[in-house]
Design a protein around this ligand. Sequence first.
Ligand SMILES: [Mg+2]
Length: 158
Amino acid sequence: MYESIYDIDFGLLWDDGVRHLIFDVDNTLISYADSDVSIQCINLFKSIQSIGFESIILMSNNSSVDRIERVAKQLDLPAITFACKPFVFTMRRLLNDRSMNIQEVALIGDQLLTDVLLANTFKIISVFVDPIDTSHLSYLKNAQYSFQRWILQSFYRQ
Ligand SMILES: [Mg+2]
């Protein structure tokens, strides 16, 4: 588990054979309160791209096409909105359409019950990051993060 995307060693992922990166957007790249990515984020993706990954794709459960397309445009990356993680159909279509080898894919996200669960279903590498900001959330999102904290605490207590 990483504190943020800036702590991930993408060179190491490359060395481990990862060629395709799939990123969650909300609370992984930007907080729910933001609509623009930071310069730091843009620079990170430039450096990730320079490593040579074959695909870097944003995959969000957010149904706001405007929001996710805006982020995608700022980072100059393709994006999938309303992906319905952890359900498998969007990921399955993506893997098939791009003929990705599952062993070469890593999914980076901040939620156990969507991102990590989806990655585990496909036996894809998951890179779990702390959510950027959990202070301005809807009731449902709050409940999801509370449940996630509870799962993590139960796990680490053992
Ligand atoms: Mg998220």
